[in-house]
Design a protein around this ligand. Structure first.
Ligand SMILES: [Zn+2]
Length: 255
């Protein structure tokens, strides 16, 4: 009887796994802005809603918004200039740029749908407007590249497979392990794609794309023992990025 039970469990496991594999195939779509094929399980409106929902909590985590209106206005101006001169303008996303008060954590990030953040710690290290454009352009790249939505869909897929695995046999842990690795690998590619898009947006808006390299130097210099683990894990080494950024400048400079 035990052997028969195991067979049935295996069959159910395979059926669940197949369900998630087919579901994933049906979720493959071409990104209309980057033309890259990706797995996405939500539409643009859902991305915007998730971003708006999580924005207050993220803001709070970084000490709220920075009180200086002039600095905030500069961030808005540079962000909007990048959007109005690029394909970002043609997306359904609602872009908003927030300067966070946090004076210690060097970071910038984007939520799905267009909520973009930069901490004062990073803002205050930037040497010119072009570098600010580099940071914001990179974050707009994450939005337009739909990286968060892609990662959500991928993790749903791996969770589904892990469930199938744990029904069929005790493979849940193994499959989850593969899933996590895949997520991290995607993260690195996301960063490189965002750097590439950032350079393109800078050139289109009339900024000096070489200043994106300046941003990398700042990130490198700040990479001391106090560097945040999440920053370290999701961002490839600045030296690798500089090489790719130089390639992107060559590729787009005659746009
Ligand atoms: Zn990034």
């Amino acid at each position: 009887m035990r052997g028969r039970n195991l067979k049935i469990r295996l069959l159910i496991g395979v059926a669940i796994a197949l369900f998630f594999v087919f579901k994933r195939c049906s979720q493959r779509e071409e990104n209309p802005y980057t033309h890259r094929m990706q797995t996405i399980s939500m539409n643009a409106n859902e991305e915007i809603a998730i971003g708006l929902q999580s924005a207050p909590q993220m803001t709070q985590q970084y000490g709220g918004l920075h009180p200086n209106n002039q600095y905030q206005a500069l961030v808005d101006n540079v962000g909007n200039k990048l959007i109005n001169n690029s394909i970002a303008r043609e997306t359904p996303y609602k872009y908003e740029f927030h300067l966070l008060a946090d004076p210690n954590t060097i970071n910038a990030f984007a939520l799905p749908g267009g909520q973009v953040f930069i901490t004062y710690a990073l803002f205050s290290k930037l040497e010119n407007e072009d570098q600010l454009a580099g940071v914001l352009g990179h974050e707009i790249g994450h939005v337009l590249g739909r990286h968060s939505a892609e990662r959500i869909a991928e993790s749903e897929y791996w969770q589904g497979l892990a469930t199938a695995g744990s029904v069929g046999a005790d493979m849940g842990g193994l499959v989850s392990g593969i899933g996590q690795n895949t997520l991290l690998t995607n993260g690195r590619d996301d960063e490189l794609e965002s750097d590439d898009l950032g350079v393109k947006f800078m050139i289109k808006a009339g900024y000096q794309p070489e200043e994106m390299i300046g941003v990398m130097e700042i990130l490198k210099a700040s990479a001391g023992p106090n560097r945040l683990p999440e920053f370290k894990s999701t961002h490839p080494d600045p030296d690798n990025r500089i090489e790719k950024i130089q390639e992107a400048i060559e590729k787009y400079k005659n746009l």
